[in-house]
Write a protein that binds this ligand. Structure first.
Ligand code: ARG
Length: 459
């Protein structure tokens, strides 16, 4: 085991179990690129401010860039005995440059360094998640455009309620996902503030230039309280909550797809490449992807809970508990990306079965509200119309018919207002096509929301 950089104060080597327990390299190595990027900016500033010699700063920057290439190209492996990625890079730099390498950590602590690295790492991840969510919305919009007139039952309490179209149904998810993008953008804004320069907790006596580092690393602002700079993990919690809400949306969509591809619904058929079989029942075609997305949603909620609970009792400023932030937030980020990248092609290849949606819509009296509205439009108060229609439905059930096939004389027995035109008023197509109110299922209303969503995506 190599001697620790902080070994000076200690009279013994650390116990091997403590060494392993303490080490985070197994999970923070993935931030090597960000760690090096942060160090390059720091070294640049140190040189420019004359805190270290300008030539030495250039040597350090060159050394850091070489380390980056060597890791990228597989020539340099992470040392599992290193305490963390920050120590690993610094030790490697010192191996290569000797005394000059040792100057990099001037006016900096791992406390502000780690806070910086996570922000840099997650900034990229947010962009990747956003790109995937946008792709998913595009797939939904295409699905909607093809199904503007595909009538299906809309549900409340999972009971057939009123007729809608498949386009209208899936576009609800597009709206939810647009809000998810908004939350990711919001998270990004508060994440994009520079903690470096907070040092261990109390700033520094060196004449550092934090504005310059901010500029070099593309941050919008500098964190103005050094204690806050090193103890804040709000950005991890915000991201985990934005991802949790996004997962909740994917999970609800998944649940519907599970239902829709069951024989009880058969509204859709998954492509064979995106479904799985059973080891014993030859007839089975299971929607495993959607079930896994639903299941993994719980896991992401767990990550959010880990972060919230980890932070709740911590005194200012840095505490080692905070090292636990990475596995939780990385897991949330990895999981949502994995779910999205499987869910998108699954949805893209899914076959819609409009006939089955339509025959489900034809059952269940989902035009009963329209029948009542027919009477209202002819002058009856809604409550009276509601009551008459209820009685008609009961009559239909008794006779084993639907409102469309109930003879006109049965209608007339309950109200003389009914005429032949009632059949047109309660036809499924009329019911859907007439629901033109803003946000409604009529094709023109759905087209309006499609344009809105497209505009937001491209804006
Ligand atoms: N590996 C540590 C973490 O992830 C880096 C910061 C360590 N700071 C310290 N004072 N021990 O939190």
């Amino acid at each position: 085991m190599a001697a620790k950089m902080w070994a000076g104060r200690f009279s013994k080597e650390v116990d091997e179990r403590v060494n392993d327990f303490n080490s985070s390299i197994s999970f923070d190595a993935r931030m090597y690129r960000n760690d090096i990027e942060g160090s390059v900016a720091h070294a640049t500033m140190l040189g420019e401010c004359g805190i270290i010699d300008l030539e030495e700063s250039k040597t350090i920057i060159r050394g850091l860039k070489e380390i980056l290439v060597d890791i990228d190209e597989g020539r340099l492996q992470f040392d599992p005995n290193a305490e963390d990625i920050h120590m690993f890079v610094e030790a490697e730099l010192t191996n290569r440059l000797g005394a000059t390498g040792k100057r990099l950590h001037t006016a900096r602590s791992r406390n502000d360094q780690v806070a910086l690295d996570i922000r840099l790492y997650l900034r990229n991840e947010i962009e990747e998640i956003k790109a995937l969510v946008k792709k998913l919305i595009e797939v939904i919009v295409t699905l909607a455009e093809k199904n503007l007139k595909t009538v299906m039952p809309g549900y409340t309490h999972l009971q057939r309620a009123q007729p809608i179209t498949f386009a209208h149904h899936v576009m609800a998810y597009a709206q939810m996902l647009l809000r998810d993008i908004g939350r990711l953008d919001d998270t990004y804004k508060r994440m994009n503030v520079l903690p470096l320069g907070s040092c261990a907790l109390a700033g520094t006596t060196y004449p550092i230039n934090r504005e310059r580092v901010k500029e070099l690393l593309g941050f919008d602002e500098v964190m103005l309280n050094s204690l806050d700079g090193v103890s804040d993990r709000d950005f991890c919690i915000e991201l985990a909550s934005a991802i949790s809400i996004l997962m909740m949306h994917l999970s609800r969509f998944s649940e519907e797809i599970v239902l829709w591809c069951s024989w009880e619904f058969k509204f859709i058929e998954l492509d064979d490449a995106y479904a799985t079989g059973s080891s014993i029942m030859p007839q089975k075609k299971n929607p495993d992807i959607t079930e896994l997305v639903r299941g993994k949603t719980g896991r992401v909620y767990g990550d959010l809970n880990t972060l919230l609970t980890m932070m709740k009792g911590l005194s200012l400023a840095y505490n080692k508990d905070m090292q636990e932030d990475k596995e939780a937030i990385f897991d949330a980020v990895d999981t949502v990306k994995l779910c999205l990248s499987t869910f998108i092609p699954m949805l893209e290849t899914m076959r819609v079965l409009p006939e089955n949606m339509r025959s489900a819509a034809a059952k269940g009296f989902i035009n009963a509200t329209d029948c009542a509205d027919y009477l209202v439009k002819k002058g009856l108060p809604f409550r009276d119309a509601y009551k008459i229609t209820g009685t008609l439905v009961a009559k239909c059930i008794e006779m084993g018919v639907t409102l469309e096939t109930l003879p006109l004389d049965e209608y007339k027995k309950l109200s003389e207002i009914f005429e032949e035109d009632v059949y047109d008023a309660i036809s499924l197509d009329t019911c859907v096509m007439q629901r033109k109110s803003q946000g409604g299922p009529a094709p023109e209303a759905v087209m309006e929301q499609i344009s809105y969503v497209k505009e937001k995506l491209n804006g």
